[in-house]
Design a protein around this ligand. Structure first.
Ligand code: XMP
Length: 326
């Protein structure tokens, strides 16, 4: 029978068998998957795990601070923070194709992990315990949708599956590869992770980079970060966090429409609200949010975020839409 305790026991044994006496690193994204994967590996190999948090500049407002504080406080894990904003934004410059963005982000993550791994070894002061293992919080649906599972689907390249570079030198450790999100949350609970981590809404590794339809620039990211923060604030204030699976806010950066504000004409961008309800992200329905909440979000975003003059609601289920727009 499936129990979270059994999964923990099995996976801890499997991780020990795979890693032996070597070292591993784990990329933390702030999401529940990488947090639970890291906690499992920490349980298996203790301080031979170092977590790496890559600040790629595609994070939401307050996200970096949260990873640095909450997760370390809960687990006492060793954390290395890498500021890689310039690296990612340079690599993404001029790129609007969604799959190309995903591949670039996946590749840059690995390059940053490689560099971090050699620094960690150097800091540990011994040449013979090189980091050979990379822990990832890959879930079953990520594998299937990237075309890497038994299914034939190839819907989009999740950054940590189909988006990996071909010359990968790390051996992957993926203790959640057979699990769905609700099971991961149960495992996280079993491992004693706090509610704020276990019940966090999903946020994709490529971050806001795949929520800007068009080229990713720092100005566009700043604008989207503001709009997203307002939507999250209002959804939380309305007590809807646990009712929705997640609510991407998407910036249509190449679209402009005419508006009016005060006495003047505006010619700004629309943002899309994409609230969804789901069990496992393989399918989803659009969430019927209360009109008052939608109205508050719309009013605040158009008042507070310069250059956004329209808020639209995505009322498409998955299929035929995916949850993210890219
Ligand atoms: P889609 O857009 O495929 O999203 O319906 C399904 C779920 O997966 C998340 N997602 C990702 N998570 N790396 C991740 O860690 C990715 O590359 C990625 N792409 C999508 C998405 O937020 C949703 O929860």
């Amino acid at each position: 029978t499936w129990t979270a305790a059994n999964v923990v026991e099995e996976q801890v044994a499997a991780i020990r068998a795979q890693i032996g006496t070597k070292r591993a690193i784990c990329g933390l994204s702030g999401g529940v998957d990488s947090a639970v994967a890291a906690a499992l590996v920490q349980k298996a190999i203790g301080s031979r795990l170092t977590c790496v948090y890559v600040d790629h500049g595609l994070m939401r407002k307050g996200e970096s601070e949260q990873v640095e504080k909450d997760f370390v406080a809960a687990t006492g894990v060793q954390l290395k923070v890498v500021d890689a904003e310039k690296r990612f934004l340079d690599a993404l410059a001029g790129v609007s194709d969604p799959e190309q963005k995903r591949k670039i982000i996946g590749r840059e993550f690995i390059r940053v992990f490689e560099q971090a791994a050699s620094e960690i070894v150097a800091e540990a002061g011994s040449g013979d315990d090189a980091v050979e293992f990379l822990v990832q919080g890959t879930l079953y649906p990520d594998v299937v949708e990237s075309g890497g599972g038994t299914g034939t689907a190839n819907i989009k390249s999740h950054h940590n599956v189909g988006g990996l570079p071909e010359d990968l030198t790390f051996e992957l450790v993926e203790p959640l590869r057979k699990l769905f999100k609700d099971e991961v949350r149960m495992v996280g609970q079993e491992l004693g992770l706090p509610d704020e981590i276990v019940h966090r809404q999903p946020f994709p590794g490529p971050g806001l980079g795949i929520r800007i339809v068009g080229e990713v620039t720092r100005e566009r990211l700043d604008l989207l970060r503001e709009a997203d923060a307002i939507a999250r604030e209002e959804l939380t204030a309305a007590g809807l966090d646990r009712d929705i699976w997640q609510c991407p806010v998407v910036l249509l950066a190449d679209v402009r429409s005419v508006g009016v504000q005060g006495d003047g004409r505006t010619y700004g961008h629309p943002v899309v609200l994409r609230p969804v309800s789901s069990e496992d992200a393989m399918t989803a329905d659009w969430t019927r949010l209360p009109y008052e909440t939608l109205a508050r979000i719309s009013t605040r975003i158009t008042n507070e975020v310069a250059d956004v003059n329209r808020v639209v609601l995505d009322v498409t289920s998955k299929p035929p839409g995916t949850i993210e727009w890219e």
